[in-house]
Design a protein around this ligand. Structure first.
Ligand code: GTP
Length: 312
């Protein structure tokens, strides 16, 4: 075997060191090396650019200069554990970090332990900026929540829509069948609402619907489920409530609507309502009975609440 001279070995070592340094310098991701006490010993240009520091500014500083105040103690402890080889956390982690100008970014950091020339451990950290991806994820989550909301709510009044209402009605019937409890529904409809649209326009009509439904929701119990069935017809599902209690509740609603004025034109409106209670009926049958009671309320002069009779 050919013998390698110490000089040659030294040259090879230096070349390898230079090569490593060049690779680190050219790397498109941020890389830093911290010493056992957590101070920066090396930062590459991508690291400096990301944090907005010049190399000479950041070298020698404690690495927590790029960590938001709230995480500093925790990250310092993790750094110590890592240097000592006691890390229990995942090496690849997501963190919020702080740039020189005070902006918070999100990074993925991955770390490796190396040995320094003094024989002590060093931590090499590789960082990838995922701020934009994070922001997109947040926007996507918000868009999905909005879509989900739209799927179950009416856009004008923000009440539950017909589909969500009918689904809830079926669930309530199942619950009552199973536990032998009861519930009531009320259907209500504004009286002569067409006249408001015809006189003041559709926009004013919309405002009246929004303000009136908000007032009704405020008057109801938290456990009641308020639904826009369509147009100016609404449904209220009242769990655990019998017909008489539902009547009292709807009388309260009817009176508060009749006493209030709506829109910039200070309009007054009244409503007619029909009530039906659960008696081993299907959702459709229950709606039908409440609808007939409401029709009777309209027929007998409007601005009133009628409980469905057993013959309905
Ligand atoms: N502004 C507005 N009007 C609506 C909306 N949905 C339904 N309407 C109106 O509500 C009115 C309903 O009219 P009708 O069915 O004749 O009922 P009404 O005038 O309230 O009379 P009664 O129910 O018999 O007391 C129509 O003018 C519809 O255009 C809506 O989202 N916005």
């Amino acid at each position: 075997m050919k013998e390698v001279s110490p000089d040659h070995l030294y040259q090879l070592f230096n070349r390898s060191k230079r090569n490593t340094e060049n690779v680190i310098k050219a790397a498109p991701i941020g890389i830093c090396i911290t010493n056992p006490s957590g101070h920066f010993e090396m930062v590459n240009p991508a690291y400096c650019e990301f944090y907005g520091y010049r190399e000479e500014e950041i070298l020698g500083q404690h690495f927590t200069v790029v960590v938001p105040e709230a995480f500093r103690a925790r990250l310092s402890a993790l750094h110590d554990d890592f240097i000592q080889g006691n890390e229990t956390h995942e090496l690849r982690q997501e963190w919020d970090v702080l740039t020189k100008s005070g902006n918070v970014h999100t990074i993925i950091a991955e770390a490796a332990r190396i040995e320094g020339e003094d024989g002590q451990s060093r931590k090499v950290t590789f960082i990838i900026d995922i701020t934009q991806r994070k922001q997109l994820e947040v926007r996507l989550k918000q868009a999905n929540e909005r879509l989900d909301h739209l799927a179950h709510h009416d856009e004008l009044t923000e009440l539950f829509n017909r589909r969500a209402g009918l689904q809830r009605l079926d669930e309530e019937i199942k619950r009552c069948k199973r536990y032998g409890t009861t519930f009531s529904i009320a259907i209500y409809d504004l009286d002569d609402f067409k006249a408001i649209n015809d006189t003041y326009g559709h926009c004013t009509g919309d405002t009246v619907l929004q303000q009136m439904t908000a007032l009704v929701s405020k008057t109801l119990r938290d456990t009641d489920f308020h639904v826009r069935l369509g147009g100016e017809e609404f449904l209220i599902i009242m769990p655990g409530v019998n017909a008489e209690e539902a009547y009292q509740g709807m009388e309260r609603v009817r009176k508060s609507v009749a006493q209030q004025t709506f829109s910039e034109h200070q309009l007054t409106v009244t409503l007619s309502s029909g009530i039906a209670s659960y008696v081993e009926a299907s959702g459709t049958r229950l709606l039908d009975r409440a609808d007939k009671a409401m029709y009777q309320a309209k027929q007998t002069g409007r601005n009133r609440v009628v409980i469905a009779s057993s013959s309905m």
